[in-house]
Design a protein around this ligand. Sequence first.
Ligand code: FMN
Length: 228
Amino acid sequence: MQEHDCSPLSDYIEYPEAEMLERSQSFYNDIKRRHSIRSFSDRPVSKEIIENCLKAAGTAPSGANHQPWHFVAVSSAEIKKQIREQAEHHERGFYEGRAGEEWLNALKDLGTDANKPYLEHAPWLIAIFSQKKGGITNTDNEEDKKTNYYVHESVGIATGILITALHNAGLTTLTHTPKPMSFLNKVCQRGDNERAYMLLIAGYPAADATIPAHAQVKKPLTDIATFL
Ligand SMILES: Cc1cc2nc3c(=O)[nH]c(=O)nc-3n(C[C@H](O)[C@H](O)[C@H](O)COP(=O)(O)O)c2cc1C
């Protein structure tokens, strides 16, 4: 290994094997209660909870540790309204033909359509942006910005941790990808160097929230994993 500045791994915790087994089972039992929902309560959620979940997301591994992400957490009613109006506008085009027959058929079992009232009901919308350039210390000077690596993969991992952290905190989420999502740059005041990656809706579920039967079918381990 090349010489580099480093420090001992001091925060690693080794659990006895029985405890590892218990922890792995109990994490699975908990994460399998995560469901995407499309009906949120307007009950407020404190900013501190969202901040902690974002800090958890910010610990994600990333190409060359460039952390090519930016999260815009929106609780402003005015901005949520703008996001809903624009998302519904684009989604109408999607559902009225742009998606194509095959994609619309794949969505049938989820019961989704162009109406997104939850974009205003939910207490928090988290717009996630990816950065093609920036490096580990971001600078406002475009010329000085370093190339980021494995941007898509890195932001995907950070988003996964964020969803898990929100679930762990006791919140429900929806991963939403209005198509196209570029309107989010303007609404969230992010520059051209950033690309809207995903919109997460987070909050308490509405009393009548449901989960589609289609979404409850998860492939068995034998289908998703191979041990060699
Ligand atoms: C990348 C991605 C994009 C998604 N986009 C949407 C979306 O635009 N609208 C929506 O209602 N659900 C969307 N979903 C949610 C999926 O429909 C949902 O994850 C899937 O049906 C499985 O349900 P579950 O999350 O409850 O396990 C998206 C999920 C992912 C991972």
